[in-house]
Design a protein around this ligand. Structure first.
Ligand code: UD1
Length: 451
């Protein structure tokens, strides 16, 4: 396979997004669109990547550096068209010897397979390959003018005749070139057209003039959706989710109601996990084999060990780590805390900045008071301990192994292993006192009625 350079165009202004955030930084599956494109290019074997951004977009530069530290970034000072954008990255392809694939930063669902298919066609002898698709409504897209297997030209909508506009096969924007072909045509592209822009699509006619081999492939329109406004972004998100749901099910995950489960780009779920309806995975979640996620859970930056159970209505925040067979039940919130093997936190509880030992039982309504208004502190609960319901553990504090905390306690001092801690008012029973109380209340009521 020849070396691959991918040029990603991301200098569009994105005005239709109506956003302070640049278009390509809007997220799909919790990851900026441009990062998805970089990942696809990398997975297809791109050894070099060049991203063309608008002037002053340091936030895009930073996102690119996070995803692909070795990617080159070029600033296109003036937005003069897709060919002009590619020319901006001239330093990247000037000495390239292999293939060049041009992708768009706002087309996040492009797959590595499609990029690889384009490069395979180039390796098989094509000099230029255009990826086409058939949208429901072709208005606005460039049309692929074909003759059998041959691609004669790509005609932009504004420049097309009525007959050409009737063509339904459109340009997705993904184009592959042999590096030598790109160099041979790119500087000959002019801007004598309806938009007065330098169209990269004009490369097709120029390559044909040079008698080069120009080919096209066709992909599912959902793969090449461009998200240039919020409605298209939502559509891209829904296609992304459909894809992920299919992939997880194919990998052995049970989804009771796939359409109500939302994954992130990096969600990792092992085989035989069961996920009930209405579950949201934000980035950074790993779920181990055989775990069960009951309905209405929200997870972010969390690890759920094999055979662990969460929910219904559990929230796992960043740093939550449930070990094998642990349980976090209904209305339980866990943040930056480890819940040891087989430990149970079953009801109405907040566990933050804590470490809970194996097999510990945390009673309903337990709260780790981890924040004093200024600093966060840790709570350490030993293995096999028992925390009675409605206890507050005021951190920093520890409860030793096998210790017992009485219900309703406010624990402010460490509890040694095996001890019983009682930290609540002592109970006093007054025989017959209930009747006296009632009589007093009724007297008050009568007095008020007279007033
Ligand atoms: C382009 C194609 C069209 C195709 C359509 C698919 C050309 C001339 N036309 O049209 O055939 O059907 O995409 O969506 O190529 N960009 C820059 N700098 C520029 C101009 C564009 O970086 O100066 C980037 C944009 O950020 C975007 C991409 O290139 O990611 C496409 O630009 P856009 O203006 O959306 O292209 P269209 O005119 O819609």
């Amino acid at each position: 396979m020849a070396e691959l350079l991918s040029i990603i165009l991301a200098a569009g202004e994105g005005t239709r997004m109506r956003s302070a955030t640049p278009k390509v930084l809007h997220e799909v599956g919790g990851l900026p669109m441009v990062s998805h494109v970089l990942r696809a290019a990398l997975a297809a074997g791109a050894g070099e990547m060049a991203v063309v951004i608008g002037p002053g977009h340091d936030d895009i530069r930073a996102a690119v550096a996070r995803q692909a530290p070795s990617a080159m970034v070029f600033e296109q000072a003036e937005r003069l068209g897709t060919a002009h954008a590619v020319r901006t990255a001239q330093a990247a392809y000037a000495n390239a010897s292999g293939n060049v694939v041009v992708l768009y930063g706002d087309t996040p669902l492009v797959t590595a397979q499609t990029v690889a298919a384009v490069t395979a066609r180039l390796d098989d002898g094509a000099d230029l390959v255009v990826v086409g698709f058939e949208p429901e409504d072709p208005t606005g897209y460039g049309r692929l003018l074909t003759a059998g297997e041959l691609l004669l030209a790509v005609r932009e909508h504004r420049d097309a005749t009525e007959a050409e506009r009737a063509v339904r096969l459109c340009n997705s924007g993904i184009m592959g070139f042999k590096a030598a072909t790109l160099r041979a045509v790119i500087d000959r592209i002019g801007n004598d057209n309806a938009k007065g822009e330098y169209y990269l699509t004009d490369a097709v006619e120029l390559a044909n003039i040079d008698d080069l081999a120009v080919a096209f492939t066709v992909v599912d329109p959902r793969e090449v959706i461009g998200a240039d406004d919020r409605a298209k972004l939502a559509l891209a998100e829904s296609y992304f989710q459909e894809r992920r749901r299919r992939e997880h099910m194919a990998a052995g995950v049970t989804l009771h109601d796939p359409g109500s489960v939302y994954f992130s780009w990096d969600t990792e779920i092992a085989q035989d996990v069961v996920i009930e309806p209405n579950v949201v995975f934000r980035p950074g979640v790993r779920v181990g084999e055989g775990a069960v996620i009951h309905a209405f859970c929200h997870l972010e930056g969390a690890q759920v060990g094999p055979g662990a159970t969460i929910g219904p209505f559990a929230r796992l925040r960043p740093g939550a780590e449930l070990e094998e067979g642990a349980k976090a039940g209904n209305f339980v919130e866990v943040k930056n805390a480890r819940i040891g093997r087989g430990a149970k936190v079953n009801h109405l509880t907040y566990i933050g900045d804590a470490d809970i030992g194996a097999r510990a039982n945390i009673g309903a309504g337990t709260i780790t008071c981890n924040y004093d208004g200024v600093n966060k502190h840790r709570t350490v609960i030993g293995a096999d301990s028992f925390i009675g319901s409605n206890s507050s553990l005021v951190a920093p504090v520890s409860v030793g192994e096998g210790a017992y905390v009485a219900s309703g306690s406010v624990i402010t001092r460490d509890v040694e292993p095996g001890a019983l801690a009682l930290a609540r008012g002592r109970q006093e029973n007054k025989p017959g006192y209930a009747g006296k109380l009632r009589a007093r209340a009724e007297a008050v009521k009568r007095a008020r009625a007279k007033e």
